[in-house]
Design a protein around this ligand. Structure first.
Ligand SMILES: [Zn+2]
Ligand SMILES: [Zn+2]
Length: 266
């Protein structure tokens, strides 16, 4: 839930310092969104039992991928794992993921060490994917290099995973339609508007991220039930996060900020 780079340490203990990795259970299906540094802890928790998992990568910035080589289920020969992601720059999801696990960036290749049965699945934005009884919709978001947002619908419940999205483009209204009426909207709220516009340091426009104010607007415009603030700025310690959440709750009393190991039931 931390954005851009892990931020471990005593000052971020309560909200957590790991980068994005979200586990979603729909009946017996295991869906995972992104493999940031949080994927290591998730993999350890999943343990050694054989598993079937569908992993949806939003995009390939390090903070959404750096957990892949440390995700224990990749090493289990009885595991079946499908990795979904969008082709970018003429490369398939398989090529892109292989590209981050090779020298000089990494000591061993995926091919050499992964033992799970891994299927790579290229996704075109707008595609609707069926994972058992769950339906997963996809939407292109406004982020440098491209990024997929996902919406999961299962037995009348729904959540939208929209991290790494910069507000203020013509794509906003498409996202609001995409998220319409969802039970949960997980939304990039990395900055405050003051930070974004450079009133407290460098301007963050064009960096691909949104603000808590835009998160509130997105939640209102999409008519979602609950807002989850996500992709917290690595410099925002627990005390500052508490303050940010208090501000958001003046507008959306149900809003919460994602925390390490937090479990929500829809
Ligand atoms: Zn990110
Ligand atoms: Zn990004």
């Amino acid at each position: 839930m931390r954005g851009s780079i892990p931020a471990p340490g005593p000052a971020t203990k309560r909200y957590g310092g790991n980068t994005p990795c979200v586990e979603v259970r729909c009946g017996g299906e295991l869906l995972i969104f992104d493999l940031g540094s949080g994927a290591r802890a998730l993999g350890d928790e999943l343990g050694l039992k054989p598993l079937n998992a569908s992993i949806f990568i939003s995009h390939y910035h390090y903070d959404h991928l750096q957990g892949l080589p440390f995700f224990a289920p990749m090493f289990g020969p009885d595991n079946a794992i499908t990795l979904f992601g969008s082709p970018r720059n003429g490369q398939s999801v398989k090529q892109i993921l292989a590209g981050q696990m090779m020298p000089p960036y990494f000591p061993v290749t995926a091919e050499a060490v992964f033992r799970a049965r891994v299927e790579y699945r290229d996704v075109v934005a707008g595609e609707v994917l069926e994972v058992g009884p769950a339906r997963v919709r996809t939407l292109e978001l406004n982020h440098p290099g491209g990024n997929l947002g996902y919406r999961v619908d299962y037995q009348g419940r729904s959540l939208v995973y929209a991290t790494d999205v910069e507000h203020g483009s013509e794509l906003d209204s498409r996202l609001f339609d995409f998220a319409r009426g969802a039970d949960l909207l997980i939304y990039d709220s990395m900055y405050t508007e003051d930070e974004y516009h450079g009133r407290t340091g460098p301007a963050r426009t064009g960096w691909g991220h949104s603000t808590w104010e835009a998160a509130v607007h997105a939640a209102n415009a999409s008519d979602v039930k609950s807002l989850v603030l996500f992709h917290h700025d690595p410099t925002r310690d627990d005390a500052k996060m508490d303050k940010l959440v208090r501000q958001v709750r003046k507008h959306r009393p149900e809003a919460i900020a994602a925390k390490e190991s937090m479990v929500l039931k829809l």
